[in-house]
Design a protein around this ligand. Sequence first.
Ligand code: RB5
Length: 148
Amino acid sequence: MKIVIANDHAAPELKFEIKEYIESLGHEVINIGTDSKESCHYPEYGEKAARMVAAGEVDFGVLICGTGVGISLAANKVKGIRCGVCSDTATARLIRQHNNANMIAFGARIVGSELAKDIVKSFLEAEFEGGGRHQTRIDMISAIENKN
Ligand code: RB5
């Protein structure tokens, strides 16, 4: 699969570690930065990655900031994006199985690198359970988006 990865200044080191790990799982990773610890604005990176996912240029997106929250909030403003913040592997699996999330976020100041790898692996290996009540609820989320 093709994965975009983006982060702010809180996470370049963890980003490189996660990028390498995702590649070791056999996926292609597109890194759109930042690669620096110099202060930057996470909405720019969250939006850019989200637009690539929404346009179908990549299959999934991985976002990292200090908490994972700010960058996920920005990504979720892009139509068609369902990004969940995860600090555990069960949530990472369930946001794929139930919410058909197309992006995942986590915090470099919250989770260690080994847990972050397990979180990403759980997300990438899980599949949407499809149809039924889960699809109904996703359609309801899209309907909210379409009211804006
Ligand atoms: C940057 O200092 C920090 O606010 C950011 O990485 C993130 O945690 C925001 O949600």
